[in-house]
Design a protein around this ligand. Structure first.
Ligand code: GLN
Length: 284
């Protein structure tokens, strides 16, 4: 079978099996499982695919047809132009989350201390550290296994960051640190925000394969926003900012939580689909 035939064959199999983005998944499987990039396919469509590559691809496509997320098969997800390692212990970085990173980058800050609460794969913190200059970064997560992924992403990207395990800010409190070292200029978070009753309606890829604790935001989806907003001021320098990713219908509710806690200059930013996606507040 040639590269071109292989791509068509995989696309057809995935599409017949009800996989939504069949063509894109097919090309990513060719790239990450068989090392045949899109470019290779366009430049050498008639090249015969090696037998072992063919076997590996067949096994990968069989897996994908059982609705295992593509990224659990390729082990990677691109985010902010950087390649992140992912597995079943972390939420797969979402394109929408780039909105949060881009809004922070728009501030044009450098030399600041950044805290990422519920860091997961580390995608938010590490892309901020990659694109900003001279910043120090800490990521917390309740899952040790998630932090292992975040640490390997930091190493892979050649970035220095500190990762500590614990429930939200508790992770920091258990560390022996001076008051100064506990304060940050920016706190960012994409906490679990899906309403518990909505989880069963999500795609199989998400509800059966992504970590439940990374999804469940309690009955009204807002519990982490309340807890983080409540504690954040104790960890923010004067003029420090809190940035949340929110669900498309949570912008107003999260803004109200920040306002009630005394944050000022609250703003809601939209994602590229025009939905509310990020809420920001400043602490004075
Ligand atoms: N911060 C990580 C992300 O945005 C993980 C978020 C989470 O686990 N809810 O992908």
């Amino acid at each position: 079978m040639t590269y071109k035939e292989c791509l068509e064959h995989i696309t057809d199999r995935l599409s017949d099996g009800g996989i939504e983005d069949a063509a894109s998944d097919a090309s990513l499987l060719m790239e990450y499982i068989a090392g045949i990039s899109k470019n290779d396919i366009y430049l050498h469509p008639e090249t015969e695919i090696a037998a072992d590559a063919c076997d590996k691809l067949k096994a990968a496509v069989d897996k994908r047809l059982t609705h295992i997320p593509l990224q659990h098969i390729t082990s990677v997800q691109e985010f902010m132009g950087l390649e992140f390692k992912v597995n079943e212990d972390v939420l797969i970085p979402r394109f929408d989350t780039e909105t949060l990173v881009e809004e922070v980058l728009r501030l044009g800050l450098s030399g600041v201390r950044i805290l990422d609460v519920c860091t997961g794969s580390g995608c938010i913190l590490l892309s901020l550290l990659h694109y900003m200059h001279d910043c120090e970064g800490t990521g917390t997560d309740i899952s040790d296994k998630a932090l292992a992924v975040a640490k390997s992403n930091a190493a892979k990207l050649g970035l220095k960051a500190e990762f500590v395990c614990g429930d939200l800010f508790d992770a920091l409190k258990t560390q022996e640190q001076t008051e100064d070292k506990l304060k940050y200029d920016l706190i960012v978070s994409n906490p679990p925000y899906i309403r518990t009753d909505v989880i069963p309606t999500l795609d199989t890829e998400v509800k059966d394969h992504e970590p439940y604790i990374a999804l469940d935001g309690s009955a009204d989806g807002l519990s982490f926003y309340r807890r983080i907003t409540d504690e954040a001021p104790a960890f923010l320098n004067k003029g420090g900012m809190l940035f949340f990713e929110t669900g498309f219908d949570q912008g107003e509710a999260v803004s109200a939580i920040l306002r009630d806690r005394g944050f000022i200059d609250i703003e809601i930013y939209k994602d590229l689909s025009g939905n509310d996606r990020v809420v920001k507040g400043e602490w004075r």
